[in-house]
Design a protein around this ligand. Structure first.
Ligand code: PLP
Length: 294
């Protein structure tokens, strides 16, 4: 197993960063999670665009061009012989001193890890997931903008812990006004009377790449899909609920805070979109030479 670390591939056991790296000291950095399906790096370009936009917003210079970064992702998969993988791309401010000032960090650290991913157990995709809402609030645009995929994931970590304490695998966050934002690592969609809604990102949600793909699929199928704020009540009374994310893909939700959603089984619109999404995962993206097969 090889990890890309600042320009070279090192064995996993030697892939370490300094305790003076501001990614470690301050969570000063950004990241991406990307999937490779049968040798197709799904939406690689979109993930690279988001990475560089996150970098720009936090004034972080990435020492590689976007094209070079794409090539590194592909090379990491080739080097590890992994046609199906989860890729974690991390760019931190780099090594500095103990002070907060990032100008003392001379060069950003760039790390690319490719691993086999263990997802939610298959039965949740078949039968649907039970989730809850939790006390931790999502940060909103006047704080750290939720569009920045930063290394400050403490909120999301707390959401996961609060979900675990409630005996479930995922949970929803609300913002300070009580509007539903997203899961700890995924976006939410609700379906009501044949119409789909997802929260606008300004409510407090990442502009998920899977979310964007699903919105496009809705357009293809001419299913009305709107970005509108909604509350827990709207989730409870929805006909269908599902989550989207690079790691989770599309996963149906059948119970929220003890309220059974719709029939209590994954719904037909979710199923239709999931099927189309699956097909796209091996079509849209960047092929790893010699690895792509359908
Ligand atoms: N929301 C958060 C907080 C996330 O970390 C992620 C994962 O990247 C998502 C949503 C889903 O986004 P994407 O579909 O780009 O993976």
């Amino acid at each position: 197993k090889w990890v890309y670390l600042n320009g070279e591939f090192v064995p996993k056991s030697e892939a370490v960063v300094s305790v003076f790296d501001h990614g470690f000291l301050y969570g000063d950095g950004i990241f991406e999670g990307i999937r490779c399906y049968s040798g197709n790096v799904f939406c690689l370009k979109e993930h690279i665009v988001r990475l560089y936009e996150s970098a720009k917003s936090i004034m972080l210079d990435i020492p590689l061009t976007p094209e070079e970064m794409e090539a590194v992702v592909v090379e990491t998969l080739e080097k590890n012989g992994l046609p199906d993988a989860y890729i974690r791309l991390v760019v931190s401010r780099g090594v500095g001193d103990l002070g907060l000032d990032p100008r003392n960090c001379k060069q950003a650290s760039v790390i690319v890890i490719a691993e086999k991913l263990s997802l939610f157990p298959q039965r949740y995709y078949d039968e649907g997931l039970e989730i809850v809402t939790v006390p931790t609030r999502r940060n909103v645009p006047d704080a750290l903008n939720p569009k920045i995929k930063s290394l400050n994931y403490l909120n999301n970590v707390l959401v996961r812990l609060e979900a675990a304490r409630a005996g479930v695998h995922e949970a929803l966050t609300l913002n300070q006004d009580g509007y539903v934002c997203e899961g700890s690592g995924d976006n939410i969609f609700i379906v009501k009377n044949g119409k789909i809604c997802t929260p606008p990102t300004y409510v407090g949600a990442l502009e998920g790449i899977t979310r964007n793909v699903v919105m496009e699929l809705c357009e293809t199928f001419q299913i009305p899909c709107a970005e509108v704020p909604f509350t827990r009540h709207d989730v409870y009374v929805a006909d269908e609920v599902f989550l989207t994310g690079t790691a989770a893909e599309m996963i149906p939700v059948v119970n929220v805070d003890g309220r059974i959603i719709g029939s209590g089984k994954p719904g037909p619109i979710t199923a239709k979109l999931t099927e189309a999404f699956r097909q796209l995962t091996v079509q849209r993206g960047t092929k790893v030479p010699g690895m792509f097969s359908t």
